[in-house]
Write a protein that binds this ligand. Structure first.
Ligand SMILES: Nc1ncnc2c1ncn2[C@@H]1O[C@H](COP(=O)(O)OP(=O)(O)OP(=O)(O)O)[C@@H](O)[C@H]1O
Length: 283
């Protein structure tokens, strides 16, 4: 069996052209069962475009396989059961309750795209609302929630699918620190159960804490991919973001905190002993 056929997701030579422009060019990536791949890069780098192409909502070139099967050959229902997509567009347009919004995640499992929900569907919806901490909001109108509440309700809809692969485009952008940690831990839990995820993140601290591997994009092209420490190397942060970062180790795990613009990055270790990336080139 080839390496690709074992991966939960493998993407080869992904390119997206829209409006006469190449938005993404020649991106390769894979997600193994049990793994979070963090997709990072500056604004406009092409992160959402990659995720949308994998979710099959944008035309693209290249090969995308789920557990070795070409995704283009899967029917819409089979695909929707195996891949759940949390888009960056965070609006809820309809005056439905949170419970009804989350139940939309079960449609791929119901007969005839709209048959009555079974006990398994109801249990999945309840579990997803509990996990995303929106149980107490379940009777509230989804279009009247705060940004953070809405983000968790939309995440619950994605969790309710119980798809092996989750594609989450900036799932923590609107969340307070506690809910950010909870959402990342939820995604880790999904992977611990054998699933996998691509998570688009701007927060490099969360990326270093929760992702197994990273893919760094810039201007539509891959700059670095692989182990977190290697991708977040000082040279990459400077080249792509024009920043330097403080790094350290806590509880046996390395972390990173974006610290300064490249121009004023030359600093001495501070009194606490932390060093910036420039002073600690080995990262
Ligand atoms: N429908 C479209 N038609 C033309 N260009 C588009 C379209 N959607 C996005 N783009 C362009 O493609 C590039 C990549 O956009 P994309 O949304 O993938 O970036 P991103 O890395 O997710 O950015 P951000 O961090 O700001 O969300 C940008 O230059 C954007 O303006």
């Amino acid at each position: 069996m080839s390496r690709e056929s074992k991966s939960l997701l493998s993407v080869t030579g992904l390119s997206v052209h829209l409006g006469g422009r190449a938005l993404v060019q020649e991106v390769d990536l894979r997600v193994e069962h049990g793994e979070i791949l963090g997709l990072i890069g500056p604004n406009g780098a092409g992160k959402s475009t990659v995720v949308k192409a994998v979710a099959q909502v944008l035309p693209h070139q290249g090969e995308i396989r789920l557990d070795g099967q070409r995704i283009a050959r899967l029917g819409a229902r089979a695909r929707a059961r195996r891949l759940a997509y949390l888009s960056q567009d965070d609006q809820v347009q309809w005056p439905i309750t949170v419970a009804e919004l989350v139940a939309l995640g079960r449609y791929p499992h119901r007969s005839g795209w709209g048959g009555a929900p079974g006990a398994g569907d109801l249990a999945a919806v309840d579990a997803a609302m509990q996990a995303a901490d929106v149980w107490s909001l379940r009777r509230r109108r989804a279009d009247q929630l705060s940004g953070g509440e809405r983000a968790r309700a939309r995440l619950a809809r994605v969790l309710a699918v119980q798809a092996p692969l989750v594609l989450a485009d900036e799932p923590v952008a609107a969340l307070d620190p506690r809910h950010q940690l909870e959402v990342m831990a939820l995604l880790r839990g999904h992977c611990a159960d054998g699933g996998g995820a691509i998570v688009v993140l701007h927060d490099l601290t969360l990326a270093s804490r929760f992702c197994d591997r990273l893919l760094l994009l810039d201007r539509g092209e891959p700059v670095a991919t692989g182990a977190v420490d290697a991708v977040l190397a000082p040279a990459n942060l400077r080249a792509v973001y024009g920043i330097d970062a403080v790094t350290g180790v806590h509880a046996g795990q390395s972390y990173i905190v974006p610290w300064s613009l490249e121009e004023d990055a030359v600093r001495q270790p501070d009194e606490s002993g932390s060093q910036n990336a420039n002073a600690n080139p080995s990262h």
